[in-house]
Design a protein around this ligand. Structure first.
Ligand SMILES: [Zn+2]
Length: 203
């Protein structure tokens, strides 16, 4: 068939949630657009990929050494919310109520899929607890079985550290990813977080 078009379909296919049929639909759509539109899309992808890096402290996306949240003097660094992906930071930030900082783990433990402890930024989190001395770590992971395992692992790992470990309230439906939770549910889950050591509810 047509080489470059097939290459485009192949490339689109590699994106998450894009099947072959969708890839063909997107590729044909792009072919129908003016060349300038396709060039613009290619340019913004390159721009985002080259300008953004990981924040040196929380591993959220950032244009600078520290992301805007870590660099902000008004955020409370005594509270670190541990999330799976940068998109989860966005989900919590959309609620507009959380004033603490974050730590992006880069996934959740899933040994069957090759995601072991060393593949996540768990050592970095331990390092932050030792150097930044936060008062509270909020485990803000989703409701999947792997997220659950990870939450329990972290709570156990930090149980002897002088830090309170809490988790989002059970308002999140089982299996739900944070990024798909609606704003009210997420804000509520954050507000009604529970202590992982003593099982008390935060006031
Ligand atoms: Zn940061």
């Amino acid at each position: 068939m047509i080489g470059p078009l097939e290459d485009l379909v192949e490339a689109l296919c590699r994106l998450p949630t894009i099947g072959r049929k969708s890839a063909w639909r997107l590729a044909l759509y792009l072919m129908e657009q003016p060349q300038s539109e396709a060039a613009r899309l290619a340019a913004v992808i390159t721009e985002a990929r080259t300008r953004l890096r990981q924040c040196a402290r929380c591993f959220n996306y950032s244009e600078n050494e520290l992301c805007t949240i870590c660099a902000s003097p008004t955020r409370e660094c005594g509270c670190i919310c541990v999330v799976e992906k940068p998109v989860d930071v966005l989900a919590i930030e959309r609620g507009g109520r959380y004033r603490g900082c974050y730590h992006v783990l880069g996934g959740v433990l899933s040994p069957l899929n090759g995601v072991t402890i060393d593949k996540l930024r768990i050592a970095e989190l331990g390092q932050r607890i030792r150097t930044e001395h936060p008062e509270e770590i909020i485990i803000g992971l989703g409701g999947s079985a792997d997220a659950e395992t990870t939450a329990l692992y972290l709570a156990r790992l930090f149980k002897d550290q002088p830090v309170r470990v809490t988790r989002l309230a059970r308002g999140l439906p089982a299996g739900m990813e944070l990024e798909f939770a609606d704003q009210i549910t997420l804000t509520q889950a954050l507000h009604e977080r529970t202590d992982m050591r003593y099982g008390k509810t935060d006031g």
